[in-house]
Write a protein that binds this ligand. Structure first.
Ligand code: FVH
Length: 290
């Protein structure tokens, strides 16, 4: 096996691992695949992938080994029995996890002679290998640059530095933003649905309104980095906190739960009680410090 050969192994053929392997095959990479449930490899083998009977065989087959399993426990279960074949390999772990898990995995890989990049996939499987996909990576820059020609197949590669925990940090932070948005949207849909409004009718208005909020992260980030929530206040916290009980009252009127929105209400009230009503809602972030 020469260093220049575009040879890649993929461990894990769930929805995402399959999409990654398909992208590699579509771009002419010699791809070896392995999955715990072996038959999931069949369609990829039919398209030209080599089947590895064991995870060890897949690791041996390629210098670059992409790991995309359910969670870090499954990564440990798959890799731990094969420490003897890891030396000289580059593990690119795209499994969702925490910064601490990524750092511990990087140290473990180094102990066994393997290079390690941690990654976060900011895409759902159908987006892989389209311009909409971007993937976050962290770990040694030389390892990233060497692996990049292959990694770019999956989507835009965004490198976040040598600390292996950075990709997981940014991944979970971005997903936190996503889940917060989805929570609000679900509440909005529950409200209109309870009044007999088809959610398909309401969705364009919701999309438009969410689009209007597109500038919020940049403006909020300015305040947060300055630690000054009095700057450029347009809609102060006291005003917003006065309106917020209407969401609870409306939920009661409509016969739906308020549990998705309730946590923000209590934080807003605490922040107003602490004397910050004239500031921006952004200041609630100070209450998230532990
Ligand atoms: N799919 C998505 O939308 C998101 C997009 C962003 C990134 N996430 C993360 O990607 C990881 C894999 O997700 P997935 O969508 O491929 O997940 P599944 O389709 O559920 O496949 C899970 C694979 O993991 C294997 N597996 C689970 N436990 C074990 C174990 N103990 N030992 C060996 N393999 C294990 C499973 O094997 P099998 O059930 O087919 O035998 C699948 O290959 C994930 O971290 C997402 O958070 C996806």
């Amino acid at each position: 096996m020469s260093d220049d050969e575009p040879v890649v192994s993929v461990l894990g053929l769930g929805a995402m691992g399959t999409a990654l392997a398909e992208a590699l095959l579509a771009t002419g990479h010699r791809t070896t695949v392995w999955n715990r449930t072996a038959e999931k490899a069949d369609p990829l083998v039919a398209r030209g992938a080599a089947r590895a009977d064991t995870a060890a065989d897949a690791i041996i087959a390629s210098r670059l080994v992409v790991v995309c399993l359910l969670d870090y426990d499954s990564v440990s279960q798959v890799l731990a029995p094969h420490t003897d074949v890891l030396a000289g390999r580059t593990l690119v772990n795209l499994t969702n996890g925490t910064p601490g898990q990524a750092r511990r995995m990087a140290a473990w890989a180094a102990d066994h002679g393997a290079d390690y990049l941690d990654g976060g996939i900011m895409a759902v499987p159908p987006m892989i290998a389209t311009p909409a996909a971007f993937l976050l990576y962290s770990g040694p820059s030389g390892v990233f640059e060497k692996s990049r020609p292959v990694l770019d197949v999956f989507g835009e590669s965004v490198y976040l530095g040598s600390d292996p925990g950075m990709a997981a940090l940014h991944d979970l932070a971005l997903l936190s933003g996503m889940y917060g948005t989805i929570m609000g949207a679900l509440q909005a849909f529950a409200m209109v649905r309870s009044a007999g409004v088809p959610t398909t009718e309401f969705a364009p208005l919701l999309s438009r309104w969410m689009g209007s909020m597109g500038g919020w992260p940049a403006a909020a980030a300015e305040q947060i980095d300055k630690g000054d929530y009095r700057d450029g206040v347009v809609s102060n916290l006291a005003m917003q906190a006065a309106a917020y009980p209407n969401f609870r009252a409306a939920a009661e009127e409509l016969g739906i739960s308020f549990e998705l929105l309730a946590p923000l209400h209590s934080l807003m009230r605490r922040r107003v009680a602490d004397g910050h009503g004239h500031e921006d809602l952004t200041g609630v972030i100070e209450l998230l410090k532990k």
